[in-house]
Design a protein around this ligand. Structure first.
Ligand code: DC
Length: 230
């Protein structure tokens, strides 16, 4: 007899596509756990900067990734006991995270840590390779994207709301550079997998995007129930 697997919804997509917001809302709605895999990459980037580690020293970087002392509690992210929820969102952290993410050995060091988030009753996760590498048996895989221009505009609005000054042209350039690096690396590049459904949110509201994910999930559950009943 096959043991039923704990369900995983894997949402992959480019930087600032809104995948984190959608994944979190879907997780809340379903009562599932949530993993922001990008946060792990950003945490290692922050620790690397804090400890002045040479960003070319892959063995040291891998050791940092393996020994990361972190916790995700009630929406807050801790590193060595200190809240770093906002600190890891800094542009510098994202850029370094994207650079470190190109090292295969480094990515491997984070694999088991990510898989450990698969807990009952289910997991919604977002990143770049959740459906292709970390949870290849995810019951629903989504490639969530939006035009680079609209992503830059959304990021601009977010920063503005937080009272942070920003320039749309610079944000657009950063997003395009990050897309380029994340899409062209040789290991686990950012791309839509053959078995992933495309969700383009360029002209969707947050609630429309959330509903699209939930209706795919319900459709798959209904199909599985029909199959089990046969
Ligand atoms: O999703 P994010 O912008 O917080 O991720 C930061 C960087 O981490 C991103 O530019 C690439 C890397 N990353 C990755 O390579 N694989 C993941 N599953 C998640 C993030």
């Amino acid at each position: 007899m096959n043991t039923p697997q704990i369900p995983v919804i894997a949402i992959d997509g480019p930087s600032a596509s809104g995948k984190g917001t959608i994944a979190q809302l879907v997780a809340e709605k379903l009562g599932f756990h949530y993993l922001d895999s990008g946060a792990l990459y950003r945490l290692v980037a922050l620790k690397t900067m804090q400890s002045h580690t040479d960003t070319g020293d892959i063995d040291r970087l891998t050791a940092i990734a393996k020994n990361l002392n972190t916790a995700f509690i009630d929406g807050q992210i801790f590193l060595d006991g200190t809240i770093v929820t906002d600190a890891i969102r800094a542009e510098q952290c994202g850029i370094l995270a994207s650079q470190l993410a190109a090292y295969p050995q480094f990515r491997e060091a984070l694999t088991e840590r990510q898989r450990a988030f698969r807990q009952s009753p289910g997991l919604v996760t977002d990143g770049r390779d959740m459906g292709s590498v970390i949870f290849p048996d995810a019951m629903l895989k989504i490639f969530l994207t939006a035009s680079a221009e609209i992503r830059a505009q959304r990021r601009y609005n977010q920063l503005k709301e937080k009272g942070i000054d920003a320039n749309i042209a610079d944000l657009l350039q950063d997003i395009q550079k990050r897309d380029e690096r994340d899409s062209n690396r040789s290991i686990a590049p950012l791309q839509q997998g053959k078995d992933a459904r495309l969700l383009d949110t360029t002209s969707l509201t947050i609630s429309q995007a959330q509903n699209a994910v939930l209706s795919w999930y319900n459709e798959i559950c209904a199909r599985d129930q029909r199959l089990n009943a046969q």
